[in-house]
Design a protein. Structure first.
Length: 485
């Protein structure tokens, strides 16, 4: 790339995508699908996925963050940049659009899946399934759409490398963790390629069984980090959320005031008309109700509304509009907390084309149901007209339903390796459910060539992330980007 050449794919447009995701046609027989995968390997060699050239001083890609910020809540942008500025890993969490822009320059096979779109290691976790099992799966679907399967595994592998660096894990051990991650993806794809489709669809990761298996393969070393996360997930539900975020006011539950992270609706002074805002949120909730199946609407009808607050969530999501509502069922001791989160265009869409769904809320929900083995029974979507006259799309889910967060800031080499392998298995499952699993498995092959290629890419792109992060910090220090104290 020349000095004056842009790092931004300016021609990328959701109506005129530069990555072809529509011409792939799944063959009729397993043998033909396997052959199709081999033919793609000839056209796009496995070794080609290793390539990335680090470029310094990419001020134009930082502009992609500013582009996203322009359509978000302006008062929260300094908080977004502050959270991203903590470390190279927190920066990486907020740069899904930058990486999608970069991946659009790399080789793709053209075999489509329902891509996660932001499959970094922090976007996987534990939660209770409707049948009360503790399962491990992908838990962030804001960017999901039809896209290249290899973009997901690259984003995951790079996150393992960056997370390893952030936790002071040595280079050889980081590379081993990345390779185990990619090997897990490849190995499980091979298994899914041999299975009947319904067996693939119903497969899931039981947390206890998976940890027992990984500990056996590591000479019995007990993974305390993931075990602790599993124990905490067992009690992280709406009761816990209500105890932490609300207080009792007579016979009502009200949200505590902890701005900017949690701001009750009656304290949102940046809205001109709070009564009108309350009315729009009621419209949003009614729209959400109609997106549910009849049995789910029946469940919801047993709950009474109490209060709503604006909730700041995540790192890359800061600035998108997100609300939490508290309701109760049998009595005030039977709380249900729902989260309503704004859904915008997926970061992939400008490169791979528009989603077929009518709204981005529906895109997120339908994508989650395709990808995730056991989706939230109250998952739905909604739209309403905002104060500025623009339509806004949302998806709605339970705020906490046995969700277990993993402390990725204090991982040792064992925890990083096991977590990477579990994430990769989830990713393989998502791709096997929604794409041509036989063709992809045939493409990645049975030896370690693909593992080595992705590990090399992960190391080089982690260097790129370091360079972009250093520039991001310089811009904050120079006062050219706003950052909260």
């Amino acid at each position: 790339m020349s000095v004056n050449e842009s790092n931004i794919l300016a021609s990328a447009n959701a109506d005129r995508p530069i990555i072809d995701m529509r011409s792939w046609h799944q063959a009729d027989t397993p043998d033909e699908r396997e052959q199709a995968g081999l033919e793609r390997r000839f056209r796009v060699p496995l070794e080609s996925h290793a390539l990335w050239q680090v470029r310094e001083g990419r001020r134009d890609v930082i502009g992609l963050l500013e582009e996203q910020s322009r359509v978000r809540v302006q008062d929260l942008i300094p908080l977004r940049y502050q959270r991203m500025s903590v470390s190279p890993f927190t920066f990486y969490r907020g740069t899904a659009l930058i990486m999608a822009n970069d991946l659009a320059r790399t080789p793709v096979t053209g075999i489509p899946v329902q891509a996660v779109g932001d499959a970094h290691i922090g976007n996987f976790g534990m939660f209770r399934s409707p049948s009360n099992r503790l399962v491990f799966d992908i838990n962030d679907f804001d960017e999901t759409t039809t896209g290249p399967w290899e973009w997901d595994i690259k984003r995951l592998a790079v996150s393992v490398e960056i997370c390893g660096r952030a936790n002071g894990i040595r280079k050889l051990e980081r590379r081993a963790a990345v390779k185990r991650c990619v090997h897990s993806y490849r190995d499980h794809l091979m298994q899914y390629a041999q299975m009947d489709y319904l067996d693939v669809w119903y497969d899931h990761i039981d947390v206890e069984a998976a940890l027992d298996h990984y500990e056996r393969t590591m000479n019995g070393r007990r993974n305390r980090t993931l075990r602790d996360a599993a124990d905490k997930a067992a009690v992280k539900d709406s009761n816990r959320a209500a105890a932490k975020l609300t207080y009792r006011d007579g016979d009502k539950l009200r949200f505590r005031s902890k701005p900017p992270e949690l701001t009750p609706i009656n304290e949102l002074h940046d809205y001109a008309d709070l009564e009108a805002l309350q009315g729009r949120l009621e419209t949003l909730f009614n729209s959400y109700r109609h997106s549910l199946y009849e049995d789910r609407r029946h469940v919801l009808s047993h709950y009474t509304y109490h209060d709503t607050a604006r909730k700041v969530v995540g790192v890359g999501s800061v600035g998108t509009r997100a609300w939490v509502s508290i309701m109760t069922g049998r009595d005030i001791n039977d709380p249900l907390m729902l989260q309503m989160k704004e859904a915008n265009e997926s970061v992939l869409e400008r490169f791979v084309g528009r989603s077929p769904y009518a709204t981005h809320g529906e895109r997120v929900v339908q994508g989650q149901k395709l990808i995730q083995s056991t989706a939230d029974v109250l998952l739905g979507w909604a739209s309403f007209m905002a104060e500025d006259g623009h339509p806004r799309d949302y998806y709605v889910r339970q705020f906490w339903n046995g969700k277990g967060s993993i402390d990725i800031d204090h991982l040792n080499d064992l925890a990083l390796s096991d977590l990477g392998r579990m994430c990769a298995r989830c990713l393989a499952h998502a791709h096997a459910r929604t794409g041509d699993r036989i063709a992809i498995a045939s493409y990645v092959g049975e030896d370690e060539s693909f593992d080595e290629a992705i590990a090399s890419f992960a190391s080089s792109y982690a260097d790129q992330n370091d360079a972009d992060y250093a520039l991001f910090k310089q811009l904050i220090d120079a006062g050219k980007l706003p950052c909260a104290a």
